[in-house]
Design a protein around this ligand. Structure first.
Ligand code: FE
Ligand code: CA
Length: 505
């Protein structure tokens, strides 16, 4: 469909807020980055697009807002357009658009596309959430993390794009900020990214990948950030690199802005300088509440020097937090008030205790994870029990390996009550092909009997949620260092309603 007939649909539906964007003609495709949708609600969803920088430059419009039209239909050939409108792609946001479409029906599949300057975008599929109090019988979603561009091809994302899921949850490390190397299967080019222009270029490189675009086109995404969207293992205002807190906050502002510009996020997430409100909650009827956490922006610095370390005084300071007080209160209140059957924390770093021993035989903690913040972890484990939270499930990324854990009321006592279940997903590419058991994981297993499963290959995870049971299927791609290749089931686990801890099928 050309722009003329689309415009007819727009006028008929009357969605014409005051726009200042200029109408232009492009001499090359402005939609090379594809489209995306995300953060669905029962009556709406965010539609995302971003105009190709070269196309905008060629059109002489780098400094101007540009008029973009959007359409939502119930069919992928757009015979029945149910919502449409226009938005400004503003130069301040890299000519991206974030349309918060509303007036949609709950729990329904839709198709969307954008038009601009005589060009039409690819078509995306999306789905709204069910009604707030719907007695939903099933949700199927996927989660994944860690997609270093240089360390593998997006074979897992290609296969993920062909799964029929209601939602894709990304737990962070969408980009990696580091200097390009020639050691990988491809290069993400340039030095370590620090400025807004550099972060934008890095996201563009990743987002040009057809498999990543296909995964965005297949389902709405709920995205969160971990460290590499900004800087390896950063903590609040403390960088990994040698940089003052003031300079680091400028960098964090640039990083969060680029993340917002490239993701289907609501305006409420738009950064204000170095701050961006990224924790939020999605409700899937009475079946599932999903709290999406931000374990980087508000955390205190990792104690005892970060990485695997014996405990120290700083570690045992109960004032230190990984969530920050405001987010922790919001989470505890949300869990306490929840009437959902399944209560999910979609977050970044390993929640369960990961015990190991150093070369001097001293017990170590992994300080970048929840292990480094034991009082926040204990507060949540206490909440699970004391507030009788129904079926807590923690979803985790970051560590480039698959794990299943029983969450213990007291991790210092392996016989203590099991109060929840953690599923950690491996990376999509980071670390290259991997192997079934890496040394560090295999070594630690005997010291951590609360883990029921471990694997260190690449892939993603599917979850099927019903009132009676939660089913997690780990999907494995045997190789990401060669293009193409299959996906296969690796292992499946079930959590029965009311019985924390996973059982392998
Ligand atoms: Fe990672
Ligand atoms: Ca990470």
């Amino acid at each position: 469909m050309r722009i003329g007939s689309a415009a007819a649909g727009i006028v008929a539906l009357g969605g014409l807020p005051g726009c200042i964007g200029r109408s232009i003609r492009f001499s090359r495709d402005p939609f090379t980055l594809g489209v995306a949708s995300g953060d669905p609600s029962p009556d709406g969803v965010v539609l995302w697009g971003r105009l190709d920088a070269d196309a905008v430059r060629n059109a002489g419009a780098m400094l101007e807002p540009i008029d973009v039209q959007w359409e939502i239909a119930t069919d992928d050939s757009f015979r029945l357009i149910v919502r449409a409108g226009r938005a400004d792609a503003r130069p301040e946001l890299g000519h991206s658009v974030h349309v918060e479409a509303d007036g949609l029906e709950p729990g329904r599949e839709y198709f969307y596309r954008l038009h601009c300057g005589g060009a039409t975008s690819p078509v995306g599929r999306t789905k709204t959430l069910p009604e707030l109090n719907a007695e939903l019988q099933r949700v199927e979603f996927a989660f994944a993390s860690c997609q270093h561009y240089e360390q593998g091809y997006y074979t897992a994302l290609h296969h993920l794009s062909e799964e029929d899921v209601d939602l894709i949850v990304h737990l962070g490390d969408y980009i990696y900020e580091g200097t390009a190397t020639d050691r990988g299967v491809r290069s993400h080019e340039g030095p370590e990214v620090v400025t807004l222009e550099q972060y934008r270029a890095r996201y563009s490189t990743y987002r040009m990948d057809p498999a990543l675009q296909a995964a965005h086109h297949a389902a709405p995404w709920v995205v969160s950030t971990d460290d590499h969207e900004v800087d390896n293992n950063y903590a609040g205002v403390v960088p990994d690199d040698d940089m003052s807190p003031e300079d680091f906050l400028l960098r964090r502002a640039a990083a969060y802005q680029a993340f917002y510009e490239f993701m289907p996020l609501r305006r409420s997430t738009m950064p204000q300088g170095p701050n961006a409100l990224m924790y939020r909650r999605l409700r899937f009827g009475t079946l599932m509440d999903m709290s999406v956490l931000d374990t980087r922006q508000y955390r205190d610095d990792q104690p005892c020097g970060d990485r695997f370390k014996p405990s120290c005084d700083e570690h045992m300071d109960p004032a230190r937090s990984i969530l920050g007080g405001t987010q922790r209160d919001w989470l505890v209140d949300g869990l306490t008030d929840s009437d959902a059957r399944w209560n999910v924390l979609a977050q970044q770093v390993l929640f369960a205790r990961f015990r190991n021993y150093d070369e001097r035989g001293r017990e170590t903690w992994t300080m970048d994870k929840w292990d480094g913040y034991p009082f926040d972890r204990a507060a949540l484990l206490d909440t699970f029990t004391e507030a009788s939270v129904s079926n807590p499930i923690v979803l985790t990324g970051d560590i480039h390996s698959n794990w299943v854990a029983r969450l213990l009321r007291d991790f210092e006592n392996e016989r203590s009550e099991v109060v929840g279940t953690e599923f950690t997903c491996t990376s999509l590419t980071s670390g290259g092909d991997g192997e079934p058991q890496s040394r560090i994981g295999a070594e630690a297993l005997p010291y951590n009997p609360h883990f029921d499963f471990y694997n260190s290959q690449r892939g993603y995870v599917l979850c099927e949620v019903t009132p009676g049971a939660w089913t997690t299927t780990y999907r494995r791609v045997p190789s990401v260092e060669e293009p193409g290749g299959p996906v296969e089931d690796l292992a499946t686990f079930v959590v029965e309603n009311g019985r924390p801890g996973a059982q392998r099928l």
